[in-house]
Write a protein that binds this ligand. Structure first.
Ligand code: ADP
Ligand code: MG
Ligand code: MG
Length: 869
């Protein structure tokens, strides 16, 4: 089996075997670019290395030897040769770019002999000894794992003793002394003489690269980026070229287009007389690539031609590394360039105009999740540098926020009314906190996961939220929170990054991004391609408008409970709950009806004929009752009740497992008058707005939490009877449809029965995930992160749908549902409706639409298009 490839034997398609770096070096070699020759030890060799107890097999060693012979022939140089020594770089490179792996080793092959030859041949002893000391330093650090500071300390001492500021001021004599000291460090730390045999140096280095595949940093990185652990890394061994031989030498990095704006213009930096990482290490200030055209016009021209050729060849923006040795240009790396979403959008649309790529490719070039960056404020990068992260929570809702902390909704509202910027900090939020959440710049909670109340509501509002920050000990009574030994009290400034989950002390400036024309262009292309519709979850006209602006085609989920929490209404809602007879309850509901109707009219006025699915009341009633003593006392007084009597009622409503309790359609079965009131509000609103706006609204009424077909029959009867009555009263022929949420596992199993009664299904994948796993979604955050670390769960099933299990239920529900009702419209309205990976799955499963929070609508539009391609 072939484990070792010369650069000229590979190509760009071979990334899995040669790694990204190796495959592209091969490709550049084969299209005739000046690449120093080299060889790649394959990723498959890495796998064999681990199977063989972390040793290279003889077979692989022999192939390396044979390839080295080729390399020596190609370069006319030889390992350890007295006259013409071969020096190489050893560079790791997996299929996916992976920081955290072993650093590159340069100048391998130098020893006490070859350093003399190098000095003589280059007529530059300083260069030779500088290269040697760099080699020992890199080898010592990455192969022998001697702490970096031990070497750096020596350099610093030399500079200090001689009053130098810059490494370049070190003299040949200094460097010779440094080399000796470095060798002594190796001897002392590892009890070996610094290896002098180049072959031995190389074998050590290759081993170290393979070993670094499983260092903790690399493992963490792979976990974070969902890169498999078994694909291994390749090792590239490449003959050295030197950018540090004098003033006709240099090294640099460049992008074919500007990676932050996308502008089509070379963007990059270089240093004269420098090697390797000097440019990025920040030791000397690099020059802009433009200046190369003045310093070395011919090289610049050649470089420009090569980069343009590369861009045409790869049909994408490239990020290249190059070195100039004595007036000759060498290409050392190319890969597709990482870019901001702004740059990605501009480059993609401009490349279509240039005829470089097709629209379909442009759509595929944008990472849907990246769009988040566009839609939310970010931290100002300059101010960010000085910021200290305090703690890590869950990145629950993207964006950046800064402000003074307050510990309850009222205080936030007060502060904001006084013109302050506020952050709401709570252990967890509940619907009572809505006003504070609206007023706050951002929300921090110490409990709850990605689908906790705070997270869901914040995403809906497009507000920054860090949830489940368990490190923060929040005391809402004392109005402070503690992280480690840092105490943050009411009025102190903190900053939140909802995209990373980081919490910072102090205030950091935020900047609001602007939507460019390129965004609109690309979104339109995506709309031309996708099959699934994209709706939004919206409860208020404002959310509905935001979602419309982002291109939503309807409302897939309007939750009615938030409407009940309004300050004015809560007393009426409580009266309704505390009613002891149906008459009393109906009286209270009669008061609520016009308010609800007003809510729906507000939504219909904005949505017009676009579909709006309204879900009947879902949460258990006790959520609407007060929990704190003083509030209970006040309420009792209001209602003319004994405090004890009220407490008894509250107690009777309390449940041990509210998520599995008296909620959803179960409320409608026990209190049909609530469902009737809501239906009336919906129907009257639709009839009135249809007239006012001269349009034809078709309400969609959705019954939640169905698990038994007769439940649906029962509630549907109430809904239909009420709706027909309203139509009769108004002499209206308005159409409407009644459907259900599929969110209880049992419902998926009998979906064929349910579909006989339901005109549409909407998968509530939050509840479905919760109930399929038996994970409480409000508590699971605590152990899911640990499950992920221990590889028990590959990812959080509340964020990306578990295709294997929960997804199977969804697919079954779709299949069964359509057997009895072929025209069944089927959507999804859980958090997964905005997750690109889940969207791809829903497309494949044959759903008609996804519904997600307003700020995720563009992401869903793009992901739904990519799912088709
Ligand atoms: P990374 O993956 O961290 O970018 P590389 O393997 O690309 O690491 O190496 C880093 C730098 O080392 C390169 O940008 C280049 O400047 C230098 N380098 C690597 N190989 C050679 C070589 N054969 N000759 C000269 N410089 C090299
Ligand atoms: Mg590189
Ligand atoms: Mg639900």
């Amino acid at each position: 089996k072939k484990y070792v490839y010369l650069f000229k034997e590979g190509n760009a398609e071979m990334k899995a075997i040669l790694g990204g770096k190796g495959a592209n070096l091969a490709e550049m070699t084969n299209i005739g670019l000046p690449v120093p020759p080299g060889l790649t030890v394959s990723t498959e060799a890495c796998t064999v290395f681990y199977e063989n107890d972390k040793n290279l097999t003889d077979e692989i060693k022999e192939q390396i030897d044979a390839a080295l012979l080729h390399l020596e022939e190609q370069t006319g140089k030889k390992f350890g040769d007295q006259d013409n020594p071969l020096l190489v770089s050893v560079r790791s490179g997996a299929k996916f770019s992976m920081p955290g792996m072993m650093d590159t080793i340069l100048n391998l092959g130098l020893n006490d002999q070859t350093v003399l030859t190098l000095a003589e041949k280059s007529n530059n002893s300083r260069f030779a000894y500088d290269s040697y000391r760099r080699f020992i330093q890199m080898f010592g650090d990455v192969v022998l794992e001697i702490e970096k500071y031990k070497f750096e300390g020596v350099l610093d001492r030399f500079k200090e003793d001689n009053g130098y500021v810059d490494d370049t001021q070190l003299t040949v004599e200094n460097l010779k002394d440094i080399v000796e000291e470095f060798k002594a460090i190796v001897k002392k730390e590892r009890r070996i003489d610094f290896p002098q045999d180049p072959k031995e140096q190389l074998m050590y280095a290759i081993n170290a690269v393979f070993m670094s595949w499983n260092n903790p940093r690399a493992i963490t990185y792979r976990n974070l980026n969902e890169i498999p652990h078994d694909i291994g890394t390749a090792v590239n061994v490449q003959s050295m070229v030197f950018g540090n031989m004098g003033d006709d030498c240099g090294t640099g990095v460049a992008f074919t287009r500007n990676p932050s704006t996308g502008e089509k213009k070379l963007f990059g930096e270089f240093l004269i007389n420098a090697q390797g990482e000097d440019v990025v290490a920040g030791i000397r200030t690099p020059k802009s690539i433009d200046e190369l055209s003045e310093i070395m016009p011919e090289i610049y021209k050649q470089f420009e031609d090569i980069t343009q050729l590369l861009e045409k060849h790869y049909r994408d923006m490239q990020d290249v590394e190059f070195t100039i040795e004595q007036g000759k240009l060498y290409m050392l790396q190319t890969r597709s360039g990482k870019r901001t979403v702004h740059a990605a959008l501009r480059a993609a649309t401009e490349m279509v105009d240039e005829g470089l790529i097709t629209k379909v490719e442009a759509i595929q070039r944008i990472e849907p999740k990246q769009l988040d960056q566009l839609l939310h404020p970010n931290f100002d990068p300059e101010t960010m540098k000085a910021a200290t992260p305090l703690a890590q929570g869950l990145p629950a809702s993207p964006g950046a926020a800064t402000g003074r902390v307050y510990f309850n909704a009222e205080d936030v509202a007060k502060a904001v009314a006084d013109g302050e910027k506020a952050i709401l900090v709570r252990r967890e939020t509940s619907p009572e906190d809505i006003e504070g959440m609206i007023a706050a710049e951002g929300i921090l909670t110490s409990r709850g996961g990605m689908t906790s109340h705070a997270a869901v509501v914040a995403r809906g509002m497009g507000k920054c939220c860090v949830a489940g920050c368990e490190m923060a000990k929040v005391d809402e009574e004392l109005k402070l929170f503690i992280i480690g030994d840092v105490r943050i009290a009411e009025g102190d400034y903190i900053s939140l990054d909802g995209s990373t989950g980081k919490v910072y002390k102090g205030s950091i400036k935020t900047v609001k991004p602007e939507l460019s024309g390129n965004f609109g262009i690309l979104m339109n292309w995506a709309d031309e391609v996708r099959r699934m519709k994209v709706r939004t979850n919206a409860d208020t006209p404002r959310e509905a408008q935001t979602a419309l602006d982002f291109g939503a085609e309807g409302i897939g989920l309007c939750r009615t409970e938030h409407m009940f929490f309004d300050e004015e209404r809560i007393p009426v809602v409580r009266r309704m709950i505390l009613s002891t007879s149906t008459e009393q309850r109906v009286q209270a509901l009669d008061l609520l009806m016009p308010m609800q109707k007003g809510d729906f009219k507000g939504l219909y006025k904005i949505m017009k004929e676009k579909p709006v699915t309204v879900r009947l009341l879902d949460p258990p009633l006790h959520e609407f009752l007060p929990t704190e003593e003083k509030d209970i006392v006040a309420l009792a007084k209001d209602f003319d009740m004994q405090v004890d009597e009220l407490k008894a009622v509250i107690h009777s409503l309390q449940e041990i497992n509210p998520m599995l309790g008296h909620r959803g359609c179960r409320l409608a079965v026990t209190y049909p008058e609530i469902a009737a009131m809501q239906t009336r509000a919906i129907m009257e609103a639709a009839i009135e707005v249809s007239k006012e706006e001269n349009c034809n609204i078709i309400p969609e009424i959705m019954i939640p939490l169905i698990g038994i077909q007769a439940e649906l029959e029962y509630v549907k009867k109430v809904v239909v009877e009420t709706a027909e009555k309203v139509k009769e009263e108004n002499n209206s022929s308005l159409e409407y449809s009644v459907g259900t949420m599929i969110e209880i596992p049992r419902a998926t199993l009998i979906a064929d029965e349910i579909a006989k009664e339901a005109e549409f299904f909407s998968f509530g994948t939050n509840d479905l995930t919760q109930m399929t796993y038996g994970f409480s979604r409000d508590d699971a955050g605590k152990f899911i992160s640990e499950y992920r670390e221990k590889d028990v769960l590959p990812e959080d099933p509340f964020q990306s749908i578990d295709q294997e299990g929960v997804g199977k239920l969804v697919a079954l529900g779709v299949k069964l549902g359509r057997t009895t009702n072929p025209d069944l419209k089927i959507g999804v309205c859980g958090e997964h409706g905005g997750d690109p990976k889940s969207i791809e799955f829903f497309h494949k499963t044959g759903l008609s639409y996804v519904s997600c929070s307003p700020y995720r609508v563009p992401i869903a539009r793009l992901a739904a298009a990519q799912a088709v391609l």
